[in-house]
Design a protein around this ligand. Sequence first.
Ligand code: NAG
Ligand code: NAG
Ligand code: NAG
Ligand code: NAG
Length: 305
Amino acid sequence: MNLQAVLGFVFTVFLQNSLADDPTPQQWTPIVMWHGMGDSCCFSFSMGAIKNKLNASLPGVYVRSLQIGDSIVKDMENGYLLHPDKQITMACEIIKNDPQLANGYNAIGFSQGGQFLRGLVQRCPSPPIKNLISVGGQHQGVYGLPNCGTLSGTFCDELRKLLNHAAYVEWVQRTVVQATYWHDPLNETEYKQSSTFLADINNEKEINSTYVTNLQSLDNFVLVKFEGDTVVQPVETEWFGFYTPGQSQEIQTLENSDLYKDDRLGLKAMNESNKLKFLSTPGNHLKFQWDWFEENVVDPYLKNA
Ligand SMILES: *[C@@H]1O[C@H](CO)[C@@H](O)[C@H](O)[C@H]1NC(C)=O
Ligand SMILES: *[C@@H]1O[C@H](CO)[C@@H](O)[C@H](O)[C@H]1NC(C)=O
Ligand SMILES: *[C@@H]1O[C@H](CO)[C@@H](O)[C@H](O)[C@H]1NC(C)=O
Ligand SMILES: *[C@@H]1O[C@H](CO)[C@@H](O)[C@H](O)[C@H]1NC(C)=O
C-alpha cells in the first residue's frame, strides 16, 4: 500500500468512527416524556430541566413532553382527575399527529407516567416505540399514598382517606386517577375485578394478546427503581414486584409472581430475550444524578440513531 492509500484508509476509518459516535442532530431518535403526579409537561424545574439535560447529552434531539389538556394547569389537574384510559387516548393522538415522531421514538415515563406510557405501548403501537424507560413507575400499583405530589395538607389527607377506604368504589375509580392503580394485596380478587386501569393493562381480567404482542415489540423495557424511595409503596413495584398476596409486609419479586409464572403479559419471554433491564439508583423518588442517568440510560438506550 502506498502512503496515499494508507492515509485514505485511515481517514475513512476516522470518518466512519466519528459518524458512528457523533450522529448529526436529526439522527437521534426523538423522545417522548410523560410527567408524574403533581407535575406538568413544562415546568422549568422538572420536565423542562430534563429536556435541557437531554439536549445537552444528545445535541438537537427532538423531545416532546406530553401535555394532557389544553393548559399546564389542566395538565397537572388531569394527573389526579382524568382517567388514565382517556389520558392514553389523548397521548396517542398527540403522538400520531406529531410529524417528528412518525418514524418512531423512545419514551421516558416518570412515576405514574411510567405505567401510563406502558399502557400506551400496549394500546397505541404506531408510530413504534423503541425503548421504554420507566423512571420510578408503579407497574404493580401502590398500596398507600404517603405523598400527593404538589398537593399537600387537607386535600392530600382526604385523597389518602378516600383511597384507603373506597378505592374500588365505582365512582372513585371513575374520578380519581390513583384509585385506578390502587392494588390491595389483602383482596386480590377485588383488585382484579374493580381496578379499571392497572388490572386491565396487566392482563389480570383476561389476556389481551394484543397487549402482549405490542409490549414485545419494544427493543428494551428499562425499569429504574429508587433505592431510598419513601413516596411509592411498596418500592418493588418499580420493578414489577409487590406484596405477596394476602398480606402487606412480605415482598414478592416479579419472578415469583403469577403475572410472571403464567406469563400473562409476556414479561418472561421479554426477559429471556434480554429486553427487560432492571436498574436501581440511590436516592428518594425521582431524585437521580444526571451523570448516573446519562451513563446508565442515555448512553445505552437513547443514543440509537
Ligand atoms: C439544544 O442544543 C443545541 C446544540 O447544543 C442548541 O443549539 C439548541 O439551542 C438547544 N435547544 C434547546 C431547545 O435548548
Ligand atoms: C385488546 O386491546 C386492544 C388495544 O387496546 C383493543 O383494541 C382490544 O379491544 C382489546 N381486546 C379485548 C378483547 O379487550
Ligand atoms: C374481597 O372483596 C370482596 C368484594 O368487596 C368481598 O366480598 C370479600 O369478602 C373480600 N374478601 C376478603 C378476603 O376480604
Ligand atoms: C431474567 O433473566 C435473568 C437471566 O437472563 C435471570 O437471572 C432473572 O432471574 C430473570 N427474571 C427476572 C424477573 O429478572
